[in-house]
Ligand binder design. Sequence first.
Ligand SMILES: [Zn+2]
Length: 437
Amino acid sequence: MSCDWPGRWCHVQKFIERTGPFAHPDFEPSSESLGFLQETCKLLIIGAGGLGCELLKDLALIGFKNIDIIDMDTIDVSNLNRQFLFRPKDVGRPKADVAADFINTRIPGANVTPHYAKIQDYDESFYRGFHIVVCGLDSIVARRWINGMLVSMLQYEDGELQQESLVPMVDGGTEGFKGNARVILPGMTACVECTLDLYPPQVNFPLCTIAHTPRLPEHCIEYVRILLWPKEHPFGEDVPIDGDEPKHIQWIMDKSLERANEFNISGITYRLTQGVVKRIIPAVASTNAVIAAACSTEVFKLATSCTVPLNNYMNFNDTEGIYTYTFEAERKEDCMACSKIPKSITFSESDKLQDIITYLQESAEYQMKSPGLTTNIKGKNKTLYMPTIKSIEEKTRENLKKTLSELEFVNGQELYVADPTTPMTLTFKLSLGSNME
Ligand SMILES: [Zn+2]
């Protein structure tokens, strides 16, 4: 191509035009791999935020030309310190559009297509169009959804997975100074749902530490937030804490300082107070850079087979020194997404429909957000509860209070569950005990 100057790809060619000790067993050095990488291979980057900007830059510089990037957000002024494809003049514009424009202008030959949309706006036919999906997301729900989509695209013939239906997913995540990169081959290696317990629900400090033995400035702020605010009602009865209200944050900070002085703890600032109250984990540009580099390397390996890919989960932590660790996350035999075993749940006849919904939300295994349930009673489809559509929610709300026997459930009743965490409808088999409390 005209935009290729002599030696432009010589560093990439060193990896794909000769073999090496870490090469994949099936790897054959060839001068054609570069053509595949540049002209044929289609990548999808999900997220155009801190990780997404890094991923797009890395992958475009490696030589991937056909890249789509999807993000539903617009640029906020607070993004500019690390989302380096954006400038002050871009504030308010869609992240995907600006990121694509920047790379297309800056890197000759790049062909980036933006999508200012939610991943849920597209269906299977869209996702089938890509060779590899790379995620730089900060949302677990979105990560679970795209994982479910890629798993649902798998095709089997006589129980054999059809390789061409498999779209690998490279997933990066960062939180402050910690990050991880993982390679998911849906149907073959552990998927997001197989390892759902790696994303524990919100970590809180133990209440006894907050109340009796604070050691950190955060403990003092939590003390004021959890124990003092409801006792003192500083802004009137029933006034909840508003993390964006400076008077509230100031009050919490002043009280936290008093407590911190009592225990000789330093480090309380307005910023920290607001951070703890609003549960903000600072985004760190260097962590994003490291994780995006690791993910982009994995994409390169998957696209060319020049090296064996990561197997399959890498943790990175530079809170104190630098630490990385790689392990093989294992598939869960009865994974909700990638195994084909229907899930079974056990309830008693006197339990209520609400109990099932609460269980689906609170169990570490499912962590659903707002499950909707349907079933089949005497050959007829019946909507039990549907939280997402207001009129149906109102009509089905009273079912929540009904017991399972009032709902005429039988042992082995199949429940079909829809939830924002997955594009699929999940089937649960209910085993119904009689009145065991
Ligand atoms: Zn799985």
